[in-house]
Design a protein around this ligand. Structure first.
Ligand code: PMP
Length: 290
């Protein structure tokens, strides 16, 4: 099947302050962001024409830039307005929204304080990160060989492009072995997350989720913790060792793209898509369209 490249589509992309035709939203090969990963981004979803947790995503983008040492030259209000402009200009109702900010090519040394900060926002239809058939039985994970880095070795709380290098390698290796994604441990050997989604497991009526001290405390993760509270399901944030996975009754991952996705297998362990996961999936689906 021939893939339609992302650069060759109809529509509009918001680029440094205004909409431009999709195919013209390009940048030069000598851009600092490309060479040194001085780049941050967001992943958001619109449901029924409304972007879920839009402000939280704008705030996180601005903060990710600050963590990488640059100021995105737009306020959260301006970013919110731009995102809605993109969704409307492309006649989208249910879609994925991708803001991205990066250092330009005015300087090509490692330190580049005089580079211009570029910002673009695109949106496209992306119904499900994992297909409904895969979701019905849960995705298959395998433990990846790349660890989430320690907080003093990488800007772990930024949604920064550079951090996805190990995710792309890890997920590709997992797929080559017949799995859907990899489960990443952290630098201490604790369970951390999947390559683009946070981790939860149900054990004796409580949800357990790793303490997010070296990876993103996802916006979906925080939403699911609130939803669990409304259902009187206790949530425990703690360090989880891989050998505890065999005692889990249900496992799922959460993220803007993945929403709530059940996990059916982690290497040779199998898990059922259980009632707690189903209930939270239903609650989440209602909330995002509320
Ligand atoms: N961890 C990683 C590595 C991610 O890429 C994402 C997706 N942004 C998440 C967790 C979940 O974050 P959120 O719920 O804010 O989308």
């Amino acid at each position: 099947m021939a893939l339609q490249p992302f650069g060759d589509r109809d529509g509009y992309i918001w680029y440094n302050g205004s909409l431009m035709p999709w195919r013209e939203a390009n940048f030069h090969v000598l851009s600092h962001g490309l060479h040194y990963a001085s780049c941050v981004f967001e992943g958001e979803r619109a449901y029924g024409g409304k972007i879920f947790k839009m402000r939280e995503h704008s705030d996180r983008l601005i903060n990710s830039g600050k963590i990488l040492g640059f100021d995105i030259p737009y306020t959260a209000d301006q970013l919110d307005a731009a995102k809605m402009e993109v969704v409307k200009a492309n006649n989208l109702v249910d879609c994925y929204v991708r803001p991205v900010s990066w250092r330009g090519g005015e300087q090509m040394g490692v330190s580049a304080p005089l580079t211009k900060i570029h910002t673009a926002i695109a949106a496209w239809e992306w119904p499900s990160y994992f297909s409904p058939e895969i979701k019905a039985n849960g995705i298959k994970l395998t433990q990846g060989r790349w660890a989430r880095p320690a907080p003093n070795t990488a800007p772990v709380h930024a949604k920064a492009s550079g951090l996805y290098m190990i995710c792309t390698v890890g997920k590709s290796e997992a797929e080559a072995k017949g799995f859907h994604d990899c489960l990443m441990l952290d630098y201490r050997g604790n369970v951390a997350e999947a390559t683009g989604a946070n981790f939860f497991m149900l054990q004796a009526g409580k949800l357990h989720t790793p303490t997010p001290d070296c990876f993103l405390n996802g916006i979906t993760r925080q939403t699911v913790i609130e939803l669990a509270g409304l259902r009187q399901i206790p949530v425990v944030e703690r360090f989880i060792k891989p050998d505890e996975l065999k005692d889990a009754e249900e496992i799922f991952v959460t993220g803007t793209a993945a929403e709530i996705t059940p996990v059916g297998q982690i290497d040779d362990l199998s898990f059922k898509v259980g009632p707690t996961t189903r209930q939270l999936m239903e609650d989440y689906a209602k909330l995002v369209r509320a």
